[in-house]
Design a binder for this molecule. Structure first.
Ligand SMILES: Cc1cc2nc3c(=O)[nH]c(=O)nc-3n(C[C@H](O)[C@H](O)[C@H](O)COP(=O)(O)O)c2cc1C
Length: 153
C-alpha cells in the first residue's frame, strides 16, 4: 500500500467538462508510484468537507490531453464540493490499469466511466474496515504496473 498526501492544487480544469472533476495533488519528491489508475481511499483533513471518501485516482502525465508533469488526480465518488487548498491523503488501495494515450477524448471519457465503476466494486469488496489498514504491496502493484514504471523511466 502507498499513501500520497498533499495540498489540492489547480489542474487543467478539463475534468468538470469531462464529467469527472478531480482533485489534483503534486507528487512529493521521490514518490514514484507506477503510472496508471487506482481504486483509492481518500481522507480530506481540513475544511467543510473533512472526512473519508472513496474514489478513483490517476497518476501520470495525461498524455491524451498534452504533455504535463507527472501528478496525481483523484475523482471522489458521490462527492460534490470545492477542495482547492485542502490537505488530502490518497491511499492507493488497488492498481487497476496502466495510463494510456487515447485516440480521442471521447474514448478517454468512456474509459474513465469504466474505471470509476471498477473502483466502486473493488472498494465495496475491500470494505470500509480496510481503510487505513495495510494491504500487501504485491496485491497493489501487479506485473502491468511494474512494466509501466519501467517504460516511464
Ligand atoms: C479515473 C481516471 C483515469 C484516467 N486515465 C487517463 C488515461 O489513461 N490517459 C490520460 O491521458 N489521462 C487519464 N486521466 C486524466 C485525464 O486526462 C484528466 O482527468 C483530464 O484531462 C482532466 O484533467 P484536469 O483535472 O487537470 O483538468 C484519467 C483521469 C481519471 C480520473
Amino acid at each position: 500500500m502507498q499513501t500520497i498526501g498533499g495540498q489540492v492544487v489547480h489542474g487543467l480544469k478539463n475534468g468538470r467538462e469531462f464529467g469527472f472533476p478531480t482533485a489534483n495533488v503534486d507528487l512529493p519528491t521521490g514518490a514514484r508510484p507506477p503510472f496508471g489508475v487506482y481504486a483509492a481511499f481518500i481522507e480530506v483533513h481540513d475544511g467543510p468537507h473533512a472526512g473519508r471518501y472513496q474514489g478513483c485516482a490517476s497518476i501520470g502525465t495525461k498524455p491524451t490531453v498534452g504533455d504535463h508533469p507527472p501528478n496525481l488526480e483523484v475523482f471522489l465518488i458521490d462527492f460534490n464540493g470545492d477542495l482547492y487548498g485542502r490537505e488530502i491523503s490518497v491511499d492507493l488501495a488497488h492498481y487497476q490499469r496502466p495510463e494510456k494515450r487515447f485516440a480521442s477524448v471521447d474514448s478517454l471519457i468512456a474509459q474513465m466511466g469504466d474505471d470509476v465503476g471498477q473502483a466502486r466494486r473493488t472498494l465495496a469488496a475491500l470494505g470500509p474496515d480496510r481503510h487505513g489498514s495495510s494491504i500487501e504491496a504485491g496485491s497493489v502493484f501487479g506485473d502491468a504496473a511494474i512494466h509501466n514504471l519501467a517504460a516511464a523511466e
